[in-house]
Design a protein around this ligand. Sequence first.
Ligand code: ACO
Length: 321
Amino acid sequence: MSFSLIGTGSAYPARRVTNDELARLVDTSDEWIRARTGVYERRVLTDESLEDIACAAALRALEDAGVAPRELDLIVCATIRNDYITPSLACLLQKRLGAGCMSMDINAACSGFLYALDVADGYFARGRIKKALVVAAEAMSKMVDWTDRATCVLFGDGAGAAVLSEGNDLLSLRVTASGNAEHLGIPNIEGECPFSLRAGKPQHVYMNGQEVYKFAVNALCRELEAIIDAAGVRQEDIAFVLPHQANTRIIDAAAGKLRIGAEKYLSNIERFGNTSAASIPILMDECRRKNMFHPGDLLALSAFGGGFTTGACVLRWCKQS
Ligand code: ACO
């Protein structure tokens, strides 16, 4: 027994930040950002908390699924940076939603939503749960160096959620990791221990863009091929690909290498930027609410990110439009 995905939801901050606004903060331009990344604008938290948008996304997904919070057996949140180190975002949500189930966070950077699906899948496989809520929520704006033009233009804040129930619509799922802190990372606080001899590092995203780019294109193609193969279907059978929204050029480069039409690769990066783990569930929810998916459609999800991690799966869409 695995799961079926029976509801989606998403939420994001009200504040839009355009490329022109960023060009007033750092030496960049709307033209450069659009051409190199595909991003036109992103959402940024102002007076909302991460918990607020995570909760809004969760409530929409629960409503879409027709599931009450009390029915949940598991909440898994994927996030790089909860507002608290403890309690977890999942525990904060559990209280806000009025759920009573086990709750935990996982951190697999931009691959977090796929890792969270994999965790949930294990509980379904062991017969431990009947309903699960997976929420990916990120506050990238709190970790970006707003004086660094190479990174601050890329990211945005947002949350996406999915409700899972017992079922057989997950055809394949694969997660990987290859430890690498050299090319992409975000240091944590060092603390104030009077005995520590270590100097703290700036708590900002650092990235070697070109190395991450190479890893990302390679990972996106390789993992899509692997999970489509593992699902026992042909690349031509995939109705839509939902790739992690990191950069339009990464998606375009990967699309050219597989036997899946470029029109099947979905994207909303122009309006949200890279929302890390939240990017795929936000995209999924937008497309679902536009009635783009039909029962029986095969969706291929593929993410890559800090770690380096990857996560990919093939899902059969089971909801009516
Ligand atoms: N505006 C104007 N110029 C800029 C900006 C900017 N915002 N950022 C960098 N530049 C400049 C650089 O300084 C450099 O100038 P120079 O030639 O005078 O030295 C020039 O543009 C080219 O810089 P590159 O880094 O070579 O630019 P590139 O074409 O590689 O694009 C980018 C940079 C967009 C970061 C690209 O490498 C990329 O997308 N990499 C993948 C990054 C990614 O996916 N990050 C997500 C991280 S987490 C995750 O989701 C995996």
